[in-house]
Design a protein around this ligand. Structure first.
Ligand SMILES: Cc1cc2nc3c(=O)[nH]c(=O)nc-3n(C[C@H](O)[C@H](O)[C@H](O)COP(=O)(O)O)c2cc1C
Length: 218
């Protein structure tokens, strides 16, 4: 009888353990865009998203040359939310960023799957945020490796992540989806790119208006 009880307790513990590690590496992807006329998400206008300021949203970004920073600060401004800049311990110089030089720092980091550039800024307490906008420039069709540094060292469990990026002309491609496994237990919405001709206030606002940013009423 004792043995059966012990077995039952062990089985319960096993189920609990499997459930808790089960979401590690598995992420849910949601479509961020709400089609015109879709009333499923309620009022999706920017005014509704802004109602009462979105202190439940944090806009995280890395920007080496200012474009992503400009988009990120406007997103935060429209939503009334906080920002957090991922600052590299070793800033990128002009020559570090020479993408047509295969010996530049950016080129080498791109080729090195284990490259994890160090971050000097302290990650804020994420407890009060439900949504994390995650912004980065497209480098060689991907997210810079410092984004992996951030994701692997930050607990984003339970958060909804909305990626966005800037580029000269490249699409977002799989730059965001390849990051999913680095944020366990998060819900990823589809992201979007703002190419150099798409970084106007109007384009950014239109994107925000189409997002599904329901407030957590728990
Ligand atoms: C190392 C490096 C690689 C880049 N690779 C691409 C690319 O593959 N496709 C593209 O359209 N733009 C590429 N760009 C341009 C940047 O994505 C673009 O200028 C971006 O807006 C820069 O963002 P930032 O100013 O926030 O750093 C690259 C730029 C650098 C520095």
């Amino acid at each position: 009888m004792k043995n059966i009880k012990a077995l039952a307790i062990f089985a319960l513990l096993l189920v609990f353990l499997l459930q808790s590690v089960g979401c590690s590496g598995s992420t849910e992807v949601k479509n961020a865009s709400v089609l015109a006329g879709d009333t499923g998400s309620g009022n999706s206008s920017l005014d509704a998203q802004l109602e009462g300021n979105r202190s439940d949203i944090l806009v995280v970004y890395f920007s080496a040359q200012g474009h992503t920073k400009s988009v990120a600060t406007r997103i935060a401004g429209y939503l009334g939310s906080d920002t957090y800049e991922i600052v590299p311990s070793k800033p990128y110089t002009q020559s570090d960023l020479a993408y047509n030089n295969s010996d530049s720092r950016a080129s080498k980091e791109n080729r090195d799957q284990s490259a994890r550039p160090e971050i000097s800024s302290t990650t804020p307490d994420l407890g009060s945020y439900d949504y994390i906008f995650l912004g980065y420039p497209i480098w060689f069709g991907s997210a810079p490796k410092i984004i992996s540094t951030f994701l692997e060292n930050t607990n984003l469990a339970g958060k909804t992540i909305i990626p966005f990026c800037t580029s000269s002309s490249s699409p977002i491609g799989n730059s965001a989806s390849s990051l999913h496994s680095k944020a366990s237990c998060s819900t990823w919405q589809n992201g979007r790119v703002f190419t150099s001709s798409q970084q106007s206030d109007g384009v950014i606002r239109a994107w925000l208006e189409g997002l599904d940013l329901k407030r957590n009423t728990k």
